[in-house]
Ligand binder design. Sequence first.
Ligand code: NAP
Length: 243
Amino acid sequence: MKVLLLGGTGEARSLAQALSGAGVDVVSSLAGRTTDARLPVGAVRQGGFGGVDGLTDWLRDNAVGAVVDATHPFAATMTEHAAAAAHQLDLPLLVLRRPGWTAAEGDVWHWVDSPDAAARLLPDIGSRAFLTIGRQGIHAFAGAGVWMLARCVDPPEPMPTWCELILDRGPYDVPGELTVLREHEIDVLVTKDSGGPQTSAKLVAARQLGVAVIVIRRPPLPAGVQVVETTTEVLAWVEAHVD
Ligand code: NAP
């Protein structure tokens, strides 16, 4: 039985390796928008499917028997499409969502629902902001009216003229994040609640320096989907579903 693994995350790459190693017929799928993407081992397809209908056709044409959605917690459209297509074809679907971040003692976190809400709140919280939300949603901050530094993997389109830009890809460590915050005299950090260790060093650095943090909440998951938090649980689920 073939398994479609919706990826674009470190967990998806680990899963592709583990599933391929276990002899599972797995195809990883990437959106194909990141230049120089780290490719998973095994079979890979790239690019959008063309909405729910395109994904449904692809699943049927490729005789997929189960779907694992290991996309990023903020890839809400892909997750909705996967749930809808799996429902239409009555296919088993499992969503892997790493746990979100939680504030620790000393943290000053402000939770908001969207990049727009974060941009509105920003001038009340600080005057020198570090935006670490990726390139999507960054244009919501264009008129925020404070000095801004943004960090993305690939350049945003159009290229923002209203902020300084660092092009870089994690994982990041605490000493490096302390340097960025200090050198740019950052007093407010803006992040999505991505969760996981790859990009959490900035939160530790912000705590150490007393920098406030605006955290964008995750979009909700589609109703009724089965969700697990670890790759170990995914492997057990696949084993139970693969004949
Ligand atoms: P999204 O908004 O949920 O998806 C937009 C469209 O991109 C989907 O409708 C689909 O196009 C296509 N797509 C997304 N993920 C895909 C995948 N794994 N395989 C094939 N097509 C995919 O997604 P996004 O937030 O732009 O994220 C794109 C990719 O980057 C995802 O794979 C995600 O895991 C990864 N990523 C996202 C973030 C983030 O913060 N959003 C961070 C790190 C990594 P069609 O409708 O044409 O099928």
